[in-house]
Design a protein around this ligand. Structure first.
Ligand SMILES: [Zn+2]
Length: 194
């Protein structure tokens, strides 16, 4: 199983910054942590290994050239209201996939279901939110559209939610986030063997 980690942003693209979290730094550190934990079962590659800018398109072509089985795009979400202030009550882990990507869709479903208890999507605000989550995720996923590689994009909660931010900053919680990702990777492995 070859897994390609694509930590979001880098360099001048910081991603979201709230409650002490800087997205580009958190996702890189977390992707490196995952890479260590998955090492016994997966061959892994990193789309970014430091704090620099590297387009998702270029990362996608590297992943395609290697011939990886699964790409995991690592991100943290954020939401602000019309007044520009964070909406603190919106929280939870979300996963996305490319249209028509059957394996990516299944991996996204499994990861969503295996999210840590405090990050499960229980609240109806996802359906009613004026934000078009899928469209935003598509902006990132589109870099991988030219390639037939299963891709899952994971938003590890919302930096704008004090609950999520606290959870993400306590690395003793990372083992439960690892379990979320490992469940998805395990499912992808099953599907690719079938
Ligand atoms: Zn991001």
């Amino acid at each position: 199983m070859k897994v390609f980690h694509c930590p979001g942003h880098g360099g001048e693209s910081h991603g979201c910054e709230y409650n002490g979290i800087v997205e580009k730094d958190w996702v890189l550190t977390f992707a490196q942590y995952l890479s260590d934990k998955l090492a016994p079962t997966c061959e892994q590659y990193m789309g970014r290994t430091g704090d620099y800018k590297e387009s998702y398109k270029l990362r996608a072509s590297v992943a395609a050239e290697i011939g990886v089985d699964l790409v995991i795009m690592h991100h943290i979400n954020a939401i602000t209201g019309a007044d520009g202030l964070p909406i603190e009550r919106i929280d939870g882990l979300m996963t996305f996939y490319k249209p028509g990507d059957v394996i990516g869709q299944e991996v996204a479903r499994v990861m969503g279901r295996c999210a840590p208890e405090s990050m499960q999507q229980k609240k109806p605000h996802y359906a009613t939110s004026p934000h078009n989550w899928t469209k935003r995720a598509d902006n990132c996923l589109s870099a991988y559209r030219a390639h037939r590689i299963p891709v899952v994009l994971v938003e590890y909660g919302f930096a704008t939610s004090p609950n999520d931010a606290e959870f993400l900053q306590d690395d003793s919680n990372w083992v439960s986030l690892f379990a979320t990702v490992a469940a998805g990777v395990g499912r992808a492995t099953e599907l690719l063997r079938a």
